[in-house]
Design a protein around this ligand. Structure first.
Ligand SMILES: Nc1nc2c(c(=O)[nH]1)N[C@H]1C(S)=C(S)[C@@H](COP(=O)(O)OP(=O)(O)OC[C@H]3O[C@@H](n4cnc5c(=O)[nH]c(N)nc54)[C@H](O)[C@@H]3O)O[C@H]1N2
Ligand SMILES: Nc1nc2c(c(=O)[nH]1)N[C@H]1C(S)=C(S)[C@@H](COP(=O)(O)OP(=O)(O)OC[C@H]3O[C@@H](n4cnc5c(=O)[nH]c(N)nc54)[C@H](O)[C@@H]3O)O[C@H]1N2
Ligand SMILES: [Mo]
Length: 766
């Protein structure tokens, strides 16, 4: 047994998720960021029918919400945006880019909101203020100068509204390329690619109301206590009414175990809390294909036993016959899969998988939720197909209380896709664009995020425009990505805060500061609102009320329109008219996408409206017109590393971060305070390496196909309740361990959750 002794900043967390700790953290974030108490009131209009959409996550709000809906991490996201701190021209004048490069990501964004458009000056190594017109002229000039529009990359991060994203794809396609790398390529692309093959639509099939009717909810590879905190209220309600909640996660995540609802006075005063998971299985990292196949195998065995005993089987044979194809091939594949191998790859005993299958079989209605623990693997897309297979075996798609629920990341990442941000546009989309606007659009496939970086690396692409985000830091392999970005002719960042991507200086580097969700957006016809789509295909309006952080900010739609005017002098689109009234942009969205009929009218309803998800109605938009059981070969999500001592590393988010934005250095529910230089390890794995809780270690990559080992040094090993053989550390610090070509071949999603590594006592510092 490893004895746990005191390690600075590391302590067991025994409380529930939520509760007073959450309220304390909110108070701290607000007092730190907001000088004006009046701004705190902005929180009260978050996720209300007439307020703004929370920029924190894509979990939906209860329909016709009238109660106060907010959460700790939503409050942090708002405080971070509505901060009273400013990154001014004086700040840039006082700090060279070389100096800022040595600042932490936390410190860079911590300076507060950007206030002026800035352009990099090579002579002084500083960003200098630039007039908006001049900035647009330079961007337009540089884009026009490229011999081929396909030499430019247009990145989108998922906070961008439907209106801004729609105009952006229109601009870029009129300019002449489908190069749309976007944050979804690093996130739920496995869903966008895998689900259409299975059920004919790349979106989840459930609504929030379905959670009130489910008999069992499976949570696979996501951490809602931190990343979708409002989901805990839904899980709490489900748990209270006796719904079974089954978790598969290598780490014991506090939010999936116990929750104290900050909105429930009784739980708060009595320090009571509600258990969440009824069973918690610590699957090994990369073991989900094995678990899912194991559950299907157990179901088939149960079904055969029932039939042999003369009873009805447990499969939904009617659904399978009427709605699906490929079941026999799936059965043959599962029958040929051996329990020993399933146990080996999942790191779980057969009995555990059988118990989970029993819960699944006993439930009339089942929802399976999943996140990055499923998608960010070499075979992430196959993982998604397996989840669909399992649900389809008992008809758990397209009925009340049942379905598939991918937990989207950014608050509008799903909407951006819906309105045309995609490197593989359908013929229908392109035809409709040409029918709606007098323009010709390119037909060739464009670049996803990994392909965009590769094109920049090999010198093919020379310009990068980023509508939000922090692409260089979010992407794997900074050793490749950073130098490549420095070879660009043009880098443009439309942003709210300064980040490291902005410091990777190109020949011409420009930062354009934009309004955030919380702020008033006034255009020629008056106050504007935008729209967003949540994880459950609900579209609703978002309208900020705060005074903008600076009088020099422009809205994202306005910036896109001005870039278009400067880049395409003979443009056939009336950009100024569209910008004057965002309702006109929505009319155009409606003209291009049939699903948005009566857009302006329907989005004015409190709570908005739901886009059609045909699979929810058991309409299958696959080639065959049926839902497809898809056979997934083998049990490996990721190539195995058989080297002795190999562990598998996943990179995860702490409780105090939003992707590359680090709000603070605590990870409260995992017991970490004031630091991020941590690797979570199983006590037995520490012991076999002669290591102790608190030892400083180095991580070295293994089995990386002919390449030299990559090393990340000086992490403190923490004995944690994590599956043996699995280790975890924080994103983005560990991105240097992930090779750029280590990604899912079907979806292009980097394998952020599966790096074979060795962990060794740190080499002595010389
Ligand atoms: N506060 C806050 N909210 C956020 C974000 C944020 O950074 N901060 N990010 C937003 C974005 S863009 C996204 S995509 C979502 C991300 O939300 P999540 O999907 O919850 O993201 P991760 O933190 O990456 O955590 C994934 C979970 O998967 C588990 N895991 C790792 N490997 C495996 C595996 O092989 N199998 C299984 N079954 N589990 C595994 C980890 O232990 C962890 O609990 O959250 C969104 N919301
Ligand atoms: N190792 C590892 N890497 C990962 C992941 C992982 O789990 N592990 N997760 C991946 C995932 S799921 C994702 S989604 C990506 C995230 O990748 P990105 O979406 O590119 O990154 P963010 O950190 O969300 O972007 C933060 C920046 O967005 C800007 N910003 C914030 N709000 C706004 C706004 O309203 N408008 C504009 N224009 N800009 C704004 C700010 O300048 C801020 O610095 O990272 C991926 N990378
Ligand atoms: Mo994400």
């Amino acid at each position: 047994m490893t004895i746990k002794h005191a390690v600075a900043g590391v302590e067991d967390y025994k409380g529930p998720a939520g509760g007073w700790g959450a309220l304390k953290a909110v108070a701290k974030a607000l007092s730190h960021e907001m000088a004006v108490p009046r701004d705190v009131r902005s929180l009260l209009s978050m996720n209300q029918p007439t307020g703004f959409d929370c920029p924190g996550c894509a979990w939906p709000d209860p329909r016709h919400t009238s109660s106060f809906e907010f959460c700790e991490n939503g409050a942090k996201a708002v405080a971070w945006e509505a901060t009273s701190k400013r990154t001014t021209p004086e700040f840039f004048a006082a700090h060279t880019v070389s100096e800022l490069w040595n600042w932490s990501d936390y410190a860079l964004e911590g300076e507060g909101r950007l206030t002026h458009p800035m352009a990099y000056d090579h002579a002084t190594d500083t960003y200098q203020p630039i007039a908006w017109e001049e900035a647009f002229a330079r961007i337009g000039g540089a884009l026009q100068a490229l011999p081929d529009p396909n030499m430019a990359e247009f990145y989108t991060s998922g906070r961008t509204s439907n209106e801004a994203a729609f105009l952006y794809q229109l601009f870029v396609r009129e300019y002449g390329t489908n190069n749309f790398p976007d944050c979804s390529n690093m996130c739920h692309e496995a869903t966008s690619v895998g689900l259409p093959d299975s059920i004919g639509v790349g979106k989840g099939t459930v609504t929030l109301e379905d959670f009130d009717h489910a008999d069992a909810i499976f949570c696979i590879g996501h951490n809602p206590g931190t990343n979708h905190p409002r989901m805990l209220a839904t899980l709490r309600e489900a748990s209270k009414r006796g719904c079974r909640i089954v978790v598969f996660n290598p780490l014991r995540e506090r939010g999936l175990e116990r929750f104290q609802a900050p909105q429930n006075p009784f739980e708060m005063v009595t320090l009571g809390s509600t258990p969440i998971a009824s069973s918690y299985y610590q699957v090994g990292i990369g073991g989900d294909v094995a678990v899912l196949k194991g559950m299907m195998k157990a179901l088939l065995e149960m079904d055969r036993a029932e039939i042999t005993a003369g009873r009805q089987g447990i499969l939904d044979r009617e659904f399978i016959a009427e709605h699906t194809r490929g079941f026999d091939a799936l059965v043959a594949n599962i029958d040929a899969t051996d329990w020993k191998q399933i146990e080996r790859y999942s790191a779980l005993p057969r009995a555990d998988i059988e118990s989970a299958a029993k819960v699944y079989a006993e439930a009339e209605r089942v929802i399976i939720c999943y996140g990055m623990g499923i998608t960010q693997h070499r075979h992430g897309t196959s993982n998604v197909n397996q989840i669909a297979n399992l649900l389809m075996m008992r008809g758990n798609i397209g009925k009340e209380g049942a379905g598939i629920c991918p937990l989207r990341g950014h608050s509008n990442v799903q909407g951006d896709r819906t309105v045309g941000i995609t490197e593989i546009p359908s013929k229908e989309l392109l035809d409709n664009l040409e029918a709606t606007f007098p323009i010709k659009v390119p037909r060739a496939k464009g670049h996803n995020a990994v392909e965009a970086i590769e094109a920049i690396v090999n010198g093919h692409s020379k310009a990068l425009i980023c509508l939000g985000g922090n692409l260089a830091v979010a992407m794997s392999d900074p050793d490749v990505t950073f130098p490549a970005m420095r070879q660009l002719d043009l880098a443009v960042h439309i942003a709210t805060k300064l980040n490291r991507s902005h410091l990777l200086i190109a020949k011409e580097s420009i930062i354009l500061p934009c309004l955030g969700r919380t702020e008033l957006d006034i255009q020629a016809t008056g106050r504007q609102s935008v729209t967003v789509e949540d994880s459950m295909a609900m579209v609703h309006a978002s309208s900020g009320g705060l005074k903008p952080a600076s009088e020099h900010l422009k809205s994202e739609p306005a910036i896109v329109a001005e870039m278009a005017l400067a880049t395409i002098p003979a443009t056939k689109v009336n950009w100024r008219e569209l910008i004057a009234d965002y309702g006109r942009i929505r009319d155009k969205i409606e003209a291009v996408f049939a699903d948005f009929s009566d857009f302006n009218k329907r989005v004015a309803e409190p709570g908005g409206f739901r886009l059609s998800v045909p699979a929810s109605e058991r309409v299958w938009k696959t080639k065959s017109g049926k839902a497809e059981f898809l056979v997934v070969g083998g049990l490996e999500e990721d190539p195995r590393c058989e080297q002795p001592g190999a562990l598998i590393l996943a990179t995860v988010r702490s409780h105090d971060q939003y992707n590359t934005t680090i709000y603070g250095l605590d990870d409260r529910y995992r017991g970490i305070t004031g630091r991020r230089d941590i690797i979570f390890m199983n006590a037995a794995d520490l012991e076999t390496r002669g290591l102790q809780h608190g030892d400083v270690v180095d991580i070295e990559t293994l089995c990386n196909e002919g390449e030299e080992a990559r090393t990340l040094s000086g992490l403190t090993a923490v004995a944690f309740d994590i599956a043996a053989g699995s280790v975890a550390t924080y994103y983005p610090e560990a991105n240097s361990l992930i090779a750029i070509d280590n990604y899912d071949r079907r979806s292009g999603t980097p394998s952020y959750k599966s790096v074979p590594v060795a962990v060794k006592r740190a080499a002595p510092q010389i």
